[in-house]
Design a protein around this ligand. Structure first.
Ligand code: ASP
Length: 588
């Protein structure tokens, strides 16, 4: 037997027992005639001690190095100096025997909660990084989440059904990863961007409650913290309306909050329309952990001869509570910040509501009385700071939304231990793209228009189509979109119309999506669903910004697995077999 207990298990109540533990040597410390070892496994750390009475054991201990795998036998004893930071901190094992199960070369970084290893080296030795506490806790949390998802959804009648990975393209707005087919020369599979079409076909097949914790693949330029392969909790239901779907998955989210974090939500999650989200938060995924809503002040501030404002399509303001005392230097710095290309404002106007009067960067154009009227209207009081951006509406709403988040950060209003879920609804169905002169589906082409907008959807006028709302909803948590879905089109004519609106020719739509248009002719039930981004859900539950720690073997932000050094070249023979042109041959 390699071990009688784990390294996280023993307590004072075990004192006097002879035990054997197995694990990795985290550290060996010599103190006088005593040798201490921190032994680690998945469950915790236990202190081992070799005392002066056993020369034999001490000789063994002195040969140990970091990360050696050992089995250690001894007697559980109360510790002299207790360590209340670890669960086993009241005891230690007085060693009687040590066996080396495997030696280890010196690891490239220290394997402790606070490590000296940089990101790159830890990624390269991921299996060593995974031994560290923070990663272990993240992976455990992920397991717990997955387990609770399965528990809850199975309990309410959902079936977990797997769908294939080698498929034909499913459009979700990204590029497909493709896999060449050796048996079908010149043809390719696509890896699923999501199981969207399959889950809808399962509805046609009558499996009215489906879910799957499933890998999805999207070949996108990787923005910060995106992974080319990621996991969704993918769900679909039949005979449902929007409300049914929202209720069902609000139930799942509440179950997860409670079972994983012990947080109880008794009230319904708030809901917001897309239009309100844009107007008050400048984002389709508002962070409502803090207030600081945006105010449209265009009418209030135009017509005073300040050309920047007079010429602006939009003027928006946020009230930053209690910050009237900001210095010139601080305000200059925020002004520089909003001018960064990622934010995109041309400048910033401020109004300080000091106890001794109003001070602003537009004093030349507005009297204190005029500014006071504006301040009153937007709920700013003495001691507050008003920040104003102006310009093109869409762009400046976005910029002000970004500034709002930044001020929230600076004021510590975005606490990762606070959870503010939100449903955002009533998205536009279509987005016009000036460059390509065509509509794109804002969600995906299977999302149905709202029933009341169906006439407009069949209209040929661009203005009508622009006004069609989607029967779609997003689940937002702390300013991050964690889930999204919709009621689907289930009528083949409406689906054909959608492809037409999106600019597919009849032949092209048939070639790519004939299978689903056809399936809808054989009795498709009304259906809808959603998918949660599982990695992101886990990282938010874990209070972390990055999803990478919640994935055992993630890619870096160039889409590379630096541990495997993938992607990598394949040899010419393999290229030939797949009917790919080998670069070597082209160069000849
Ligand atoms: N397939 C969609 C996505 O990946 C989710 C859904 O509509 O259910 O975003």
């Amino acid at each position: 037997m390699y071990r009688t207990h784990t390294c996280g298990e023993l307590r004072l109540a075990n004192a006097g027992q002879t035990v054997t533990l197995a694990g990795w040597v985290q550290r060996v410390r010599k103190m006088g005639s005593l040798n201490f070892i921190d032994l680690r496994d998945r469950y915790g750390i236990t202190q081992l001690v070799a005392d002066e009475h056993s020369a034999e054991v001490n000789a063994l201990v002195e040969k140990l190095g970091r990360e050696y795998v050992i089995a250690a036998t001894g007697v559980v004893a109360e510790r002299q100096s207790k360590n209340n930071k670890i669960a086993t901190g009241d005891i230690e094992i007085k060693l009687t025997d040590v066996k080396v199960l495997n030696a280890a070369v010196v690891p490239p970084f220290t394997i402790e909660d606070n490590t000296d290893g940089g990101e790159e080296i830890r990624a390269q030795y991921r299996y060593l990084d995974l031994r560290r506490g923070p990663l272990k806790r993240a992976i455990e949390l992920r397991h717990k989440m997955a387990h609770e998802v399965r528990n809850h959804l199975s309990n309410i009648g959902f079936l977990e059904i797997e769908t294939p990975y080698l498929i034909k393209s499913t459009p979700e707005g990204a590029r497909d990863f493709v896999v060449p087919s050796r048996m079908n020369p010149g043809e390719f599979y696509a890896l699923p961007q999501s199981p969207q079409t399959f889950k809808q076909l399962l509805m046609v097949a009558g499996y009215d409650k489906y879910f799957q914790i499933v890998r999805c693949f999207r070949d996108e330029d990787l923005r910060a913290d995106r992974q080319p392969e990621f996991t969704q909790i993918d769900c679909e239901m039949s005979f449902v309306e929007r409300e049914d779907v929202i209720q069902t998955f609000e139930g799942l989210a509440k179950h997860l909050f409670k079972s994983v974090l012990g947080k109880e939500f008794t009230e319904a999650f708030p809901r917001m329309s897309y239009a309100d989200a844009m107007e008050y938060y400048g984002s389709d995924k508002p962070d409502i952990r803090f207030d600081m809503k945006m105010n449209t002040v265009t009418d209030m501030l135009q017509g005073n001869g300040f050309s920047v404002f007079d010429e602006a399509e939009y003027i928006g303001a946020i009230v930053v509570k209690g910050c009237a005392g900001y210095t010139r230097k601080q305000l200059d710095e925020i002004t520089e910040w909003v001018k960064r290309p990622q934010v995109g404002a041309k400048g910033l106007v401020y109004i300080k509501l000091n106890a001794d009067g109003i001070k602003s960067s537009i004093d030349k154009f507005y009297t204190a009385e005029q500014l006071k009227v504006v301040a009153d209207k937007i709920g700013a009081a003495e001691g507050d700071l008003i920040l104003i951006l102006s310009g093109a509406k869409k762009k400046m709403q976005g910029a002000l939304g970004t500034l709002r988040l930044e001020m929230g950060n600076r004021l510590g209003l975005r606490d990762n231990n606070v959870f503010a879920p939100l449903w955002v609804c009533d998205f536009p169905l279509l987005e016009w793209d000036d460059e390509t002169q065509r509509f794109y589906a804002m969600h995906h082409p299977f999302t149905s228009p709202k029933p009341e907008d169906m006439d407009k959807f069949f209209s040929n006028k661009k203005e009508d189509l622009e006004q069609v709302n989607a029967n779609a909803y997003d689940f937002v948590l702390n300013g991050t979109e964690v889930g999204g879905g919709s009621i689907r089109i289930h009528d083949s004519k409406v689906q054909e119309r959608m492809f037409e609106v999106l600019g597919f020719s009849k032949e092209d739509a048939d070639y790519r999506f004939g299978f689903i248009i056809n399936a809808f002719k054989y009795g498709a039930p009304p259906h809808g669903g959603l998918a949660f981004g599982f990695d992101r859900f886990c990282s938010l539950f874990g209070g972390q910004e990055t999803i990478r720690d919640f994935i055992a073997f993630p890619k870096n932000n160039m889409g590379r697995d630096v541990m495997l050094d993938a992607p990598s070249r394949i040899d010419n023979a393999q290229m030939d077999e797949l009917f790919l042109v080998s670069t070597a041959k082209t160069e000849e």
